[in-house]
Design a protein around this ligand. Sequence first.
Ligand code: ZN
Length: 293
Amino acid sequence: MNTVYIDQSKKKYSKSQFIKYFEAKVMRTIRKYDMLGKDKIIVAISGGKDSLTTAHILNKILSKQGRILEAILIDEGIEGYRKPTIEDAKRFCKKESIKLHIISTKKEFKFGVDEALKKLRINPCTICGTMRRYLLNKYARKLKADKIATGHNLDDEAQTIMMNQYKGNIQLSAKLGPVTGAIENKKFIKRIKPLYFVTEKEVTIYTTLKNFGVSYNECPNSKDNFRSLVRDQLNELENRYPGVKSGIINSFLEQLPSLRNAPKNKIVECKSCREPSSRQVCSMCELLEKYRK
Ligand code: ZN
């Protein structure tokens, strides 16, 4: 047997066994959290391995039921990085018959991450994340979506949980979990994460075996930031003590109900743009004001 993967219990997998194992794990997550129902699903695509894997598996399920999957890609204006991933996403969506909507921050706000970085002393991932979250929600709502599926995997989630812990922001973790929506609001589209229990390594193997033809380029802004440090640290821990990442996720899921029950801000409409926000003025409008100053 040509072994492509060995799991924690030392069980060996061939190519076809691994694909079956991986897809079954994702399906279990989708069923356990009733992620799809009869809802209209929009998948957030970046062109990278996680989002294409999410799109592929969702499309497989939905097309069997005669349902159509649409995708949104946010072009956040990072020179040299985004262009090839847009081409990857276009090629992939065409092959899978997924309707792709590309939303550009430059069209929407007249600037992208690159321009913002020249003017503002703000962490690039904060600028990018703010724009992406805002536009994803706004356009998914315009497309009448009930849920947005994202490609977050177990590693991403474990990193975010630990980053919030390290920074003393545990309350922010109430927004995490396989299905988000700690606070219900009709303008705020729920997020689902079908890859919640699969690791980064497993996704990489799956995309390679399935020949999705994705580039594994990292965003130029992500080098040496806080997240990449936490990621390296968790990878080292996992190598020496297999299972620590799942340990973080499982402990977190036990705590999540109480985190969500804690007194929290209400979702209100942003005074300036009317989009949902936890504050009077949303973080996107705040960013716009700083940029235009
Ligand atoms: Zn606003």
